[in-house]
Design a protein. Structure first.
Length: 331
């Protein structure tokens, strides 16, 4: 793919001039993502999808951005083509879309950023709650049984068998999470998808898997990845890697309190907070264990850490997390 090809493509679809060599930002998830410098000291991001990312999926990706632009939420502005379309066919069976580039830096999840992230998430969750308001669903819980079946394939693996067995058992034992209330969720909020611009504003990026889903699952991602600390005691660290984690009270409460300053958790969410954590961490562990069995090191250590965090959600920690969530709620 040549520089001229991308420049001509953007000129034809959006009527703008590319003034520098395109920069490949990422190549993942059936997409190639480019930054294109434009005349007038502006830039846009172009996502070129391959045939594995079907028309309907790409259309859904762009729908999330357009909806959030109209709601004035902190996301990049979707560019419509010259004919007013959200996406376009850049080659036969291959779809693409573009949005404005937001300058800034990815964040470190310190306590202040954690609180801002919680408020941003709660604001997102408050936008819609019904399919007549936003028709696209996130089928995360529909992946429960496939995830169990997938990880059970590895229970005899000499390196990952123990972890695979424990993940399968944990996922099988979960209560019904479909009773949780729904809202518009992102599903992948982490430091790499958060950006702070030069004015200090926090932006949320990468909306490929957004949709109407169980809001508590969004919260569980952040609690599991950014509100824990390794449990360091006899028998909890194997080969330098922790097998158990503790939940950090300061960070958990900062996140939960900040979230609930915008949106109050329903009682069923308070009660199922621990179960949601076990599902999300177990889901990621099931996926990552499969990667590790097929290519050692391919998860970057996340297969182990997601498994360890999942198994750390003991009944005692479930009760404590619910207690912290109940500590401060909007009246």
């Amino acid at each position: 793919m040549t520089e001229n090809f991308l420049a001509e493509l953007v000129q034809h679809q959006y009527g703008v001039q590319v003034v520098a060599e395109p920069l490949l930002l990422s190549q993942r998830d059936e997409q190639r993502i480019f930054k294109l410098e434009l005349a007038g000291d502006k830039a846009l991001v172009l996502r070129l999808c391959d045939p594995r990312r079907a028309y309907g999926k790409v259309l859904a990706d762009s729908e999330a951005l357009l909806f959030l632009n109209r709601a004035e939420f902190a996301v990049p502005r979707l560019r419509l083509t010259r004919s007013g379309e959200r996406i376009f066919e850049w080659e036969a069976g291959r779809w693409a879309y573009a949005y404005d580039f937001v300058p800034g830096q990815n964040v470190r999840m310190d306590t202040a950023t954690l609180e801002q992230t919680a408020q941003l998430m709660a604001t997102l969750h408050n936008l819609v709650h019904r399919r007549d308001e936003y028709p696209l669903l996130v089928s995360w819980l529909a992946d429960l049984q496939p995830s169990i079946a997938n990880v059970e394939r590895y229970v005899a693996d000499p390196q990952w068998g123990k972890q695979a067995q424990e993940v399968a058992q944990t996922l099988q034992s979960l209560p019904d999470l479909k009773v949780l209330p729904r809202g518009l969720i992102h599903t992948d909020i982490h430091e790499g998808n958060l950006l702070r611009d030069p004015d200090g504003k926090l932006w949320l990026l990468d909306w490929e898997d957004a949709g109407l889903g169980e809001m508590l699952l969004d919260m569980a991602v952040v609690l599991g990845w950014y509100c824990v600390q390794p449990k360091v005691s006899v028998g909890t660290v194997i080969g330098g890697k922790p097998e158990l984690y503790d939940f950090d009270e300061v960070r958990c409460c900062a996140f939960l309190d900040s979230y609930q300053s915008v949106r109050r958790l329903e009682q069923v969410e308070v009660e199922l907070l621990g179960a949601a954590l076990k599902f999300v961490m177990g889901w990621y562990a099931a996926r990552d264990i499969g990667w590790e069995v097929n290519a050692a090191g391919s998860s970057g250590g996340e297969a182990w850490s997601n498994w360890a965090i999942m198994r750390s959600v003991t009944p005692a920690w479930e009760a404590t997390l619910s207690q912290w969530a109940n500590k401060k709620q909007v009246v």
